[in-house]
Design a protein around this ligand. Structure first.
Ligand code: BG6
Ligand code: MG
Length: 217
């Protein structure tokens, strides 16, 4: 893909692990469920779940263990209950360092801004963070049928923004999210280690390290 920097019109942000560090709460929720079910589950195992839908996460956790659909539903709900206990406590202080500055700078420069997350808990998280009004549109786990690594959520978001995919920059912390952004023919910015997001066009260790001038030229 040839990146034409003048053509960049929109920035699409992932939520969990980019705007706020809810990845740790997803981990604690799954960890508690795993303990209750007698399943070994480490922080390293959790890396596989980053950016992945709730159902897919459970399937990875179960690692082939046979459970009925009813049991799956119950387990997903149980984990979500634990997760919601954490997100109820979120405040503006939980914005990741540097994210507010980047968003405000992009706003000032008239880029369109969106959130595109696989989560079905986006609304309360964004509300507690106090950033709901900043974005032109928000897509979540209810918006499309095929979750990341499918490109659907990003294409859906670009359509809502009325911007061509190749004019969108996606900021993501998950391998599944980078794959989705590349499949959508968007410019991918990875946050995290090379092993996880190294396929992105640009990569930074943390949100606060993002260099907008490097991306915008
Ligand atoms: C993603 C997270 O944003 O949302 C995943 O990175 C999570 O860890 C997925 O599983 C689904 O979230 P939820 O809130 O609908 O269970
Ligand atoms: Mg994420």
């Amino acid at each position: 893909m040839i990146i034409i920097k003048d053509k960049i019109k929109a920035f699409i942000f992932d939520l969990d692990g980019v705007i706020t560090d809810t990845a740790k709460y997803h981990y604690l929720g799954w960890k508690r469920l795993a303990e209750e079910e007698g399943i070994d589950f480490s922080k390293e195992d959790n890396e596989e779940l980053r950016g992945v839908s709730r159902r897919k996460s459970l399937e990875i956790l179960l690692d082939g263990r046979e459970v009925s659909e009813e049991e799956k539903e119950e387990m997903m709900e149980r984990k979500n209950g634990y997760y919601q206990e954490f997100i109820n406590e979120i405040t503006e202080e939980d914005l990741l360092p540097g994210i507010k500055e980047i968003i405000m700078e992009l706003r000032k420069r008239n880029f369109k801004l969106a959130v595109a997350s696989s989560s079905r808990n986006v609304k309360p998280v964004i509300k507690n963070l106090g950033v709901g009004d900043i974005f032109d549109t928000i897509s979540d786990g209810h918006s499309v049928n095929n979750a990341k690594p499918a490109p659907d959520i990003f294409l859906h978001t670009a359509e809502k923004l009325e911007v061509a995919p190749e004019s969108c920059v996606v900021i993501e912390d998950a391998k599944a999210g980078i794959v989705a952004a590349l499949r959508a023919n968007m410019i991918a910015v990875g946050i995290g280690p090379d092993a996880r997001v190294g396929k992105a066009h640009y990569r930074y260790d943390q949100v606060k390290d993002i260099e907008l001038e490097e991306i915008l030229g």
